[in-house]
Design a protein around this ligand. Structure first.
Ligand SMILES: [Zn+2]
Length: 200
């Protein structure tokens, strides 16, 4: 399903083109050496260079980038978007370091744009995700997903007796709380929290 980009054998190796900057072993007076050392301690150097980070997922020419996905939901998002049957490039990277989230996941989808309904669905599982529309390798539009006030035809009611589980009707929930998500079924008034939510 996921095609991760790797440098092709025989091509130039971008990872090695610009080696990570290292502190030059220059001879410096003792005092300033100590100072430099002290400065580096609070912010340990990550195990990758910024360049590596850029190259983990290749850029796309046209399509959608979903960033700031909670790693535990990334395959749910892929399922919602039915990416396993997408005929063009799909890159999924997960557990990437993120200042804001600790760890995050990114999905890049070539030649695919999301409908509002899909964005709503994603927001139910990963409310901090950002969605960027890419055209000609440039970000044309960027926005955060937003949990809607009501959710239709996205999630299933957890009440087995609910009419929405027996009649061919659209499921409908009122969003009571957005973070953490709490919804109430319009038909049977069953409240549901994030962990109980399943997609239709
Ligand atoms: Zn219900």
């Amino acid at each position: 399903m996921a095609k991760k980009s790797r440098p092709k054998p025989g091509k130039k190796k971008p990872f090695r083109k610009a080696p990570a900057k290292r502190a030059a072993p220059k001879k410096v007076p003792r005092k300033s050496a100590q100072k430099a050392q002290a400065k580096e301690v609070p912010a340990p150097r990550p195990s990758y260079s910024p360049m590596d980070k850029e190259q983990r997922i290749s850029k796309i020419e046209e399509g959608t980038v979903i960033d700031h996905i909670m790693p535990e939901t990334v395959f749910k998002v892929a399922e919602i978007l039915r990416l396993s049957s997408h005929p063009n490039l799909v890159s999924i990277a997960t557990n990437l370091p993120s200042k804001k989230m600790g760890k995050k996941a990114i999905i890049k989808i070539e030649k695919r744009f999301l409908t509002d309904e899909e964005v709503n669905k994603i927001s139910v599982f990963t409310p901090d995700a950002t969605v960027s529309i890419i055209r000609n390798f440039q970000v044309k539009e960027k926005g955060r997903v937003k949990v809607p006030d009501s959710i239709e035809n996205v999630i299933r009611c957890s009440n087995p007796a609910c009419v929405s589980n027996h009649e061919p009707i659209t499921t409908k929930f009122t969003v009571v709380e957005k973070d953490p998500l709490k919804v109430v079924c319009v038909y049977c008034e069953r409240p549901m929290v994030q962990s109980e939510i399943e997609i239709v």
